[in-house]
Design a protein around this ligand. Structure first.
Ligand SMILES: [Zn+2]
Length: 107
């Protein structure tokens, strides 16, 4: 009984975080003038508060350091690299310079 109630709570928290993410992404994409840094921050704050992980691919579009919504070509730089047979995606936040590598395919 208690277990089930907690499940429902978790599901709702997750839905809330995902909705916040979608809204922020849409705002960032639709309005050139919208400040992408503020938008991502609120999503990160909410996901930390509710203890919900964003998961892929969403977490590839928010800078974990400064909370900017990373729009390819505008606020973030995405490059595919290959090193010794391992392909990875290099993501750079253009507002704070944070860099992250994500392995996409291992040998
Ligand atoms: Zn950043």
């Amino acid at each position: 009984m208690r277990e089930r109630r907690r499940d429902r709570k978790t599901a709702r928290a997750k839905r809330e975080v995902l909705r916040a993410f979608d809204r922020s992404l849409q705002l960032a994409l639709a309005h050139e003038e919208a400040d992408p840094s503020k938008l991502g921050e609120s999503v990160l704050r909410l996901s930390r508060k509710l203890n919900v992980r964003l998961g892929r691919p969403r977490n590839l579009f928010i800078c974990k350091k400064c909370g900017t919504m990373l729009i390819p070509g505008r606020t973030g730089r995405y490059r595919v690299h290959s090193e010794r047979g391992i392909s990875y995606l290099g993501i750079k936040c253009l507002s704070c310079g944070w860099y992250r590598k994500v392995i996409i395919r291992e040998r």
